[in-house]
Design a protein around this ligand. Structure first.
Ligand code: SF4
Length: 443
């Protein structure tokens, strides 16, 4: 078995370098008109009326709205997107001076750029909220589509986690500490902060877990079970001392047998997962390795895949690892489909071949993308920026600490100012702890 290379820490905002090709469509599929908010519909209708989706057609239409907005805000605005966005939005955000990053790098931007006052994010909601949690009072965070949620986070809302946490805390008291993956709401990050725990991302999960183990307390890791199992193996937690508490335990009683496993556990995992990353199978790894490819995967993939891969790590690790390889190298990459497509385009220009790990013959699943993140498209970016310039942005798109979003309608339940401050203060403790541990591990 190959020795996996694991996490590295990268604090930089590195350009994807992806160029818009003149003859490649900006977006392959249009969203249905009724998926847009009322105030966004006029922009979507204009977009849909364009004769095609080629850059020569779409970009002048976008420029007409976005350039006045960028002129209006000048240096005060920052556009952000995540690597998992369809290649088109990644390219467009960079074209308009924005940045593409992973969730850790995104979360740092308000603190790294106090001169920026308006942050517009094209990605999923928890990422925008993490930016908002660390924002100063004079910095605003907006999301281009509030219906863009993370399914892993949607199976670990605070109202699901809190009853299970209460039962665990009744039994274990202050021995219990919550470590929250970045893919959680601000309220769950706040729960981690209240227990003296930390947030982590896939790029720093091992460093955070080592720190948590050193505290000598029982760790309740939420929400991704697969990242939990993978990091546990990396830092040497005995599998016999890991217990799984599924999302089905949100309101249910915990059975006697399960208590026995929980009582032994050093690490308790919440049972959520990412449907995009759990399609990978050991046979995919075998298939590509037999054909001379090096296999690298994201640690949200199942343990039996990560265990036999040549390397695993965060989104930025995967990008940099492949892009830094020698021409002629060949990689099968196990992560989100849009990311792999972008990487394939970009690495191909350097003579590096990239395939999606699940793209094997006779497989129905080959290369699925994060469908919810792709709910951000050109009309969403155009409408958000134009409405901000006009001073009439919908409140639905403003992201504040503690918001609970209904991803079907985009509606949000908002705390009063005191509640927002409480959530932000508690969540910041867990985020700032993560940053401190990560930065010291990188020194
Ligand atoms: S790829 Fe999976 S974990 Fe990442 S945002 Fe999409 S649903 Fe969430």
């Amino acid at each position: 078995m190959a020795t996996p290379q694991h996490v590295e820490i990268d604090r930089s905002l590195r350009s994807s370098g992806i160029a818009l090709a003149p003859d490649i469509p900006i977006c392959q599929t249009d969203l249905p008109l009724d998926w847009y908010q009322e105030q966004f519909k006029p922009y979507a209708e204009e977009y849909m009326a364009l004769p095609d989706r080629k850059p020569a057609t779409v970009l002048p239409w976008m420029d007409r709205y976005i350039e006045p907005a960028l002129d209006h805000f000048g240096d005060r605005i920052m556009l952000l997107a995540h690597y998992y966005m369809g290649g088109e939005i990644v390219k467009l955000v960079e074209r308009y001076g924005g940045h593409v990053a992973d969730s850790y790098q995104l979360a740092l931007q308000t603190q790294l750029h106090p001169e920026k006052k308006v942050f517009v994010e094209s990605a999923v909601h928890f990422m925008a909220e993490a930016i908002a949690l660390l924002a100063a009072p004079d910095q605003e965070v907006w999301i281009t589509n509030p219906k863009s949620g993370c399914t892993m986070e949607m199976m670990a809302k605070e109202f699901m986690i809190a009853p299970a946490f209460d039962r665990l805390q009744e039994r274990y008291g202050d021995d219990l500490m919550v470590v929250a993956y970045m893919n959680t709401s601000g309220r769950v990050k706040a729960l981690a902060g209240r227990t003296g725990g930390s947030v982590c991302t896939s790029s720093n999960a091992a460093a955070i877990m080592r720190w948590a183990i050193a505290q000598g307390r029982r760790i309740f890791f939420v929400p991704d079970q697969h990242l939990g199992y993978n990091v546990a193996a990396q830092v040497g937690i005995d599998p016999e001392r890991i217990a799984l508490l599924g999302a089905g335990h949100a309101g249910a009683e915990i059975e006697d047998d399960r208590w026995k496993a929980l009582d032994r556990a050093q690490l308790i995992l919440w049972g959520s997962f990412c449907g995009v990353h759990t399609i990978f199978k050991p046979r995919h790894v075998d298939h590509w390795r037999e054909r001379g490819y090096s296999v690298v995967v994201h640690p949200e993939s199942p343990r039996d895949v990560v265990e036999i891969a040549d390397g695993s790590g965060s989104t930025s690790f995967l990008w940099n690892h492949v892009m830094d390889a020698r021409p002629g190298a060949r990689f099968a990459v196990g992560t989100e489909g849009h990311f792999v497509r972008n990487l394939r385009e970009q690495a191909g220009q350097r003579g590096i071949e990239v395939v999606h790990l699940a793209e094997v013959p006779d497989e129905a699943d080959g290369g699925c993308g994060c469908a919810t993140m792709s709910r951000n498209d050109p009309p969403h970016l155009v409408a958000m920026l134009d409405l901000l310039r006009r001073g009439t942005p919908p409140d639905l798109n403003r992201v504040l600490p503690g918001d609970v979003v209904d991803e079907v309608t985009g509606a949000r339940e908002r705390l009063d100012l005191a509640g927002q401050r409480r959530v932000a203060a508690d969540a910041r403790r867990s985020l700032e702890r993560m940053i401190a541990i990560t930065e010291s591990a990188a020194d």
